[in-house]
Ligand binder design. Sequence first.
Ligand SMILES: Cc1cc2nc3c(=O)[nH]c(=O)nc-3n(C[C@H](O)[C@H](O)[C@H](O)COP(=O)(O)OP(=O)(O)OC[C@H]3O[C@@H](n4cnc5c(N)ncnc54)[C@H](O)[C@@H]3O)c2cc1C
Length: 418
Amino acid sequence: MKVLVAGSGIIGITSAYYLAKSGHEVTVIEQESEPALGTSFANAGQLSYGMSSPWAGPGIPIKAMKWLAAKYAPLIINPKLTLLTLKFLFRILKNCTASRYEINKSRMVRVSKCSQQAIVEMVQEHDFDFELRSHGLLQVFRTQAQLDAAKKDMAVLDAYQVKYELLDVEGCIKAEPALVHVKEKIKGGLRYLEDQSANCFLFANHLTKICKQMGVKFEFNVSIQQINAKHKKITSIQTDQGNYQADKYVIALGSQSADILAPLGIHLPIYPVKGYSITLPIKNDADAPQGTLMDETYKVAITRLGDIVRVAGIAELTGYDKTLSDSGDRITQFVLHDLFPKATDQVPDDQLWAGLRPMTPDGTPIIGKTPYDNLLLNTGHGTLGWTMSLGSAKVINSLVSEQTPEIDIEGLSMFRYQ
Ligand SMILES: Cc1cc2nc3c(=O)[nH]c(=O)nc-3n(C[C@H](O)[C@H](O)[C@H](O)COP(=O)(O)OP(=O)(O)OC[C@H]3O[C@@H](n4cnc5c(N)ncnc54)[C@H](O)[C@@H]3O)c2cc1C
């Protein structure tokens, strides 16, 4: 079968891989000149299978109000509120109940667990280096209240068979020895033992090469303008380089998915939540992070990738604007130097980057069928697209191939919003 995948971010590339593996004739269309130059370019690299949770949950509205007023604010909302932002905030609020959180988390965990297994298979099957580290993920608490809240969350982790350990300060230092320099700043941590970290961009590029060897055609510098349909069937994808036709079409356009699909009457509640990262060379290995951490106070992730450190965070609601702002640089640099003061140079030659997380209000990606017979979606992965990529791609391949997916797909498709 001829399958056209729209988008060569991590979601499009992993989809193309499993589709080619199933014997389909796959073409990937991408507006950029290379793979993974969108949101998949410089994310935090966390493979957070155990920490897969929606942002929206009980207590978040109050926390969010406090974050907005904080000096190093993890949440920024452009005061010029647009209808798009207001709608997103309203939908997020609706998902902040305990019952919605439970449902949304269970859907995300299903996809993440599938990804966790798929990474193992990938490493066994292909020999390429993508800076994978299996060092767990350490959530760092700076206050007793955070530590106490974590104790309450442990029941949820047990319910999802997530392997974890609650650590005191000494335990945190054992996991991340460089924290010894700042031990007075932390109260403890929660370590997700099976979480990993790896370089998403490197992985995407290696997988692209493998896809090409498997016969996948990549069409770069091709910009999709519209999707043509007749009688609830897609007839072609119109681009600035002409029309592309296939038997089935998979949309993996990240934050752009909603705009491209809207003329078809498919209205996805995907909001482009801007996040920032900086990437710095490590000066001294012993003083650097060994795995990946999440500073619970500032919601900033610090990840070791090869001989660099990537620091990422902030949720900025400002529509599709990707302008780099000082706040992105300030908070990431502050948290890095506060927790790992000796890891990098104090006045670094940094590389500030911003990406748009394709966020759904329920945190769950949109994977599955549409009202159009031959159109499928694999998008809306928000904060955890790298983590959920392989599981999502396996599901989409099963649906395109008309086979039963290996996980329960209840609540993953766009129809959950109707
Ligand atoms: C600061 C930050 C930190 C993050 N940290 C993590 C993390 O630690 N772990 C994790 O799991 N996730 C993380 N994420 C989330 C993760 O990066 C995303 O969920 C993931 O990259 C989304 O992948 P995607 O393929 O859907 O989107 P993208 O990577 O954006 O790919 C979409 C592609 O579609 C192309 N495209 C769009 N429109 C068109 C068009 N009209 N024509 C042709 N092509 C088009 C784009 O050029 C792009 O290449 C982070 C995100 C950010 C911003």
